[in-house]
Design a protein around this ligand. Structure first.
Ligand code: ADP
Ligand code: MG
Length: 235
């Protein structure tokens, strides 16, 4: 069964007299352990689509389902449990706390769930080791490279073993070598832990690592890569 499924999803924003169809009739389903990339330029609806998948906003039309259950039909409590327990988020700008160690940063999400600091450290340490930061546990973000910071954020997102990882341009602040490493890591983690990864990006390197790629343009989803869109960044 699909982990995440979007059926004919529509989301618009009204600003004054203008209506923007940010997500326009999108259908998509992702299996457990599958790494799917949506490639689209700025303004194509990528972030909106992830917020819908995370249950952070409701669609104006269509349905978002997780494990066959419609998010819109969940109670407030079930919905917050979904967001807290099933979904991990990775952002372009990492969202790490300056001055806190890699270990504390990665433990943060667990602390919010009522875990003690010691328990949180114990759970998160293997994830930091897995992403290659076993020797960097006590370093604050300012002493980590951009690639390392993103790997701390990935460890944080996965620490409570969510079944869905949503990544919003996670390589947007990385050079191409670090981008490739982070993308390869996301792919490995998806396959190792049967986490479904939905990555949205305008980094064309994602094409090489994703199990499946779609193109998003003006809120419309198309299968595969739109060569015309991708060409400038591939050259
Ligand atoms: P992307 O992440 O691909 O850049 P977004 O999902 O942020 O795309 O935006 C898709 C479209 O919706 C854009 O045209 C954007 O200007 C518009 N948009 C996004 N958020 C809002 C908002 N809160 N209010 C009005 N328009 C918005
Ligand atoms: Mg965006």
């Amino acid at each position: 069964m699909s982990a995440l499924e979007l059926r004919d999803v529509v989301k618009h924003y009204s600003t004054g007299a203008e209506v923007v169809r940010a997500v326009d009739d999108v259908s998509l389903s992702i299996l457990p352990g599958e790494f799917v990339a949506l490639y689209g330029p700025s303004g194509s609806g990528k972030t909106t689509l992830l917020m819908l998948a995370a249950g952070l906003m409701d669609p104006d039309g269509g349905e978002v389902l997780f494990g066959g259950r419609q998010l819109a039909r969940m109670s407030t409590r079930e919905r917050s449990r979904y967001r807290r327990d099933e979904v991990g988020f990775v952002f372009q700008s990492f969202h790490l706390i300056e001055g806190a160690s890699a270990l504390d940063n990665a433990a943060l999400k667990l602390l919010g769930d009522g875990c003690s600091m010691r328990q949180a450290h114990r759970r998160v340490r293997p994830w930091l080791e897995r992403v290659g930061l076993g020797e960097r546990l006590t370093e604050p973000p300012s002493r980590l490279s951009m690639g390392e910071r993103q790997r701390v954020a990935i460890a944080r997102a996965l620490a409570n073993e969510p079944r869905l990882l949503l990544a919003d341009e996670p390589t947007g602040n990385l050079d191409s070598k670090r981008s490739r490493q982070v993308l390869a890591l996301l792919r490995e983690l998806a396959h190792e832990h049967a986490v479904s990864v939905l990555l949205v990006t305008h980094d064309s390197q994602a094409i090489e690592v994703a199990d499946r790629i779609h193109t998003l343009r003006d809120g419309h989803l198309a299968d595969g890569l739109d060569a015309e869109l991708a060409l400038p960044s591939l050259l």
